[in-house]
Design a binder for this molecule. Structure first.
Ligand code: AMP
Ligand code: MG
Length: 493
């Protein structure tokens, strides 16, 4: 008999309530699981016993070779539009949902292993993950969380002792990821494409229970669910753009119902401000470029709308199309409002003025023209709010190139109450000084591939407090030295 309390207090609603939406499955055997990163703070938030997880037994659980008590490991099925083309059958090809726990705040959270071996949905893939991409997801996801952006979280990363072949031999790894749920636009698409309306309804009711409980049992709840998802996506994408994040693979299977960022593949933070910025080696057409993210989010939401049509008006499809199209038409305004509110905060503005958008656009145009670093510029602006414009001016080629814009902004700031010191502090609390700079992420991943985790730990520590300037961290606060050349992430995940 096992005298130890179970590691997780699982309560597996997906396995229980959504039979036919998954395949029960087990992780593959691996030779030598070893925990390389563990998120003690998140473990505590989830009500888990951190000490019991940071053990050899914990490593076996995180590698997927030991099924902890109460788990019901399963691979979820979903479909998705990938780069615009529909794949009717995707699903967890290398992931397993272990189960769900209720966290300390009473929120239901999925515990998922990514890289735990092939499943019936692997479509010829090996079902595995390698250390670089696993750590990238860990680092960038945790950085996004620290920036206050809704995201899946990383609970642990283990190496497996296996050698996996990608562009060459790589150390195998598994990520344990925590999410409000793994429901995607693609989950709805899978059943809608097969004409299984009852299943789409069952899924929508499940999504409502999980993400929009206030809608349960109300009239018109499926259209309202759509509106809720749309609002969350508008807020999310605005947050991405405000911080300079490029997701890189905004396929509908990577678009969550919860509004969390999911699946960090060829993602990156921009250095110079450029709406056309693309970092993914497979995004040849720039479909998922930095500045296209709002348009793509709306496109993805249109796919969700299609999948929900039969629920929105079961008797009159034309009517359903009309109603959901009208709803979807609100997306650009929702996005613009979310973005502009965020941009006001970045500029230290509390009140709303009519020409704030124009003020912001004028700044962005200058940044784009002169290839100015996005993160550095906003941080320098807070010094300018307190009277020191040198840091802003030095980012531009002309000695007083920003003079006109700065005086326009200063006049606008004068319409606000509060003193300059308050403004500076307020701006510094929304404009990060430390974001996951591409060269720093690469440097840390390269070291980890050879077994040296010191740079990963240092980077995680820096990114955990992105707004607080600290001594000795200058190398994290700027773009890569030019000799490193342009940056690309490869989709060999
Ligand atoms: P992603 O690019 O991680 O969002 O994955 C897209 C789809 O490909 C999902 O269905 C994944 O499960 C699947 N997939 C990605 N990599 C692998 C792999 N190495 N083996 C099996 N399936 C994979
Ligand atoms: Mg995915």
């Amino acid at each position: 008999m096992n005298a130890n309390p179970p590691l997780f207090q699982f309560d597996n609603s997906y396995a229980r309530d959504l039979q036919g939406f998954y395949v029960a499955w087990e992780g593959a055997k691996v030779p030598e699981p070893q925990v390389v990163l563990f998120n003690g703070e998140l473990a505590t938030e989830l009500g888990l016993d951190a000490a019991a997880l940071e053990t050899t037994y914990g490593a076996r659980v995180f590698a997927g070779i030991e099924s902890p008590e109460g788990a019901s490991p399963l691979a979820q099925v979903y479909a998705g539009h990938q780069f615009g083309g529909f794949s009717p059958q995707l699903g967890d090809g290398r992931a397993l949902l272990l189960g769900e726990v209720i966290d300390r705040k009473g929120k239901r959270r999925d515990i998922q292993l990514k890289g735990s071996g092939p499943t019936p949905f692997s479509r010829g893939g090996d079902g595995k993950a390698v250390v670089g991409p696993v750590l990238r997801e860990y680092i960038i996801g945790e950085a996004m969380h620290a920036l206050g952006i809704p995201t899946t979280r990383a609970l642990a990363a283990v190496t497996t002792g296996e050698t996996i072949y990608r562009e060459g031999p790589k150390p195998g790894a598994v990520l344990t990821r925590v999410a409000s749920s793994h429901l995607r636009v693609g989950t709805f698409q899978f059943f809608a494409a097969r004409g299984e309306t009852d299943k789409v309804r069952q899924l929508a009711d499940y999504a409502i229970t999980r993400h929009d409980p206030d809608l349960a049992g109300t009239d018109d709840r499926y259209l309202k669910l759509f509106s809720s998802v749309m609002q969350r996506q508008a807020d999310l994408i605005a947050r991405w753009v405000l911080v300079g994040f490029v997701h890189g693979v905004m396929n509908t299977d990577n678009t969550t119902i919860s509004g969390e960022t999911i699946d960090y593949g060829p993602c990156a933070f921009i250095d110079v401000y450029d709406p056309a910025a693309v970092f993914s080696s497979i995004d040849h057409g720039g479909r998922y470029a930095f500045g296209r993210q709002p348009v793509i989010a709306q496109w993805n939401l249109a796919r969700l709308a299609e999948a929900l049509l039969a629920l929105i008006d079961p008797d009159d499809l034309d009517k359903a199309v009309e109603r959901v199209t009208e709803e979807l038409g609100r997306f650009p305004d929702l996005y613009k409002t979310a973005w502009l509110n965020g941009m006001r905060a970045k500029l230290g503005l509390l009140n709303e003025h009519e020409d704030d958008r124009d003020l912001a656009d004028a700044l962005l145009a200058q940044m784009q023209e002169h290839e100015v670093d996005y993160t550095l510029l906003f941080r320098a602006l807070s010094d300018a709010a307190a009277g020191d414009t040198d840091n802003v001016q030095s980012l531009f080629p002309e000695p007083n190139g920003m003079g006109a814009w700065l005086s326009r902004w200063t006049q606008r700031l004068e319409t606000e109450t509060g003193n300059a010191a308050d403004t500076k502090q307020r701006m510094n609390s929304v404009n990060p000084i430390y974001v996951p700079r591409n060269h720093k992420v690469e440097e840390a991943l390269t070291a980890a591939e050879t077994g040296d985790y010191t740079p990963v730990h240092s980077l995680l520590n820096v990114l955990a407090e992105p707004f607080a300037e600290r001594d000795g961290l200058d190398s994290y606060a700027g773009p890569a030295p030019e000799e490193l050349g342009p940056y690309r992430t490869f989709c060999g995940t």
